[in-house]
Design a protein around this ligand. Structure first.
Ligand code: SF4
Ligand code: SF4
Length: 128
């Protein structure tokens, strides 16, 4: 599961994430992070058998978790494989293939919607 974590200033200096990884049998991958002493956000991917317990632990410690449920769909009829959407993707979820067609990897996509602004044929959309 991918999710945004929101940190308030009061928990920025706490060792919540390291305690989480030590306590639970989870896979915890940080995809993006923007945290200052004033608080911030972290984009994570979490997996493993104790995922639910780990999420409860974070929420109990005051970290707000917002799961990402959005996916990107590309209309193959409308897409002209121009590649304009590729450079806008902050997580490199859109790539050219060997035959120069453009593919979206929804495992990487964070649903930000940046790619949709660039498409000249409106072939790419973010959906729930
Ligand atoms: S919605 Fe955002 S993350 Fe997903 S493919 Fe488009 S630009 Fe990349
Ligand atoms: S910008 Fe639109 S037309 Fe161009 S490659 Fe991306 S989805 Fe296809």
């Amino acid at each position: 599961m991918k999710a945004w974590l929101t940190f308030s200033p009061s928990i920025v200096n706490k060792t919540v994430i390291s305690n989480l990884v030590k306590t639970y049998d989870i896979e915890f991958n940080i995809l993006r992070a923007d945290i200052t002493p004033q608080g911030g956000k972290m984009l994570i991917e979490i997996g493993g058998t104790q995922q639910e317990q780990a999420i409860k632990f974070m929420e109990k410690e005051g970290i707000h978790l917002n799961p990402i449920k959005k996916v990107v769909k590309k209309d193959e009829e409308k897409c002209i494989d121009c590649g304009a959407c590729i450079s806008l993707c902050p997580v490199k979820a859109i790539c050219p293939t060997r035959d120069w067609t453009v593919e979206v990897d929804n495992e990487l996509c964070i649903g930000c919607g940046f790619c949709t602004y660039s498409c000249p044929t409106r072939a790419i959309k973010v959906t729930e």
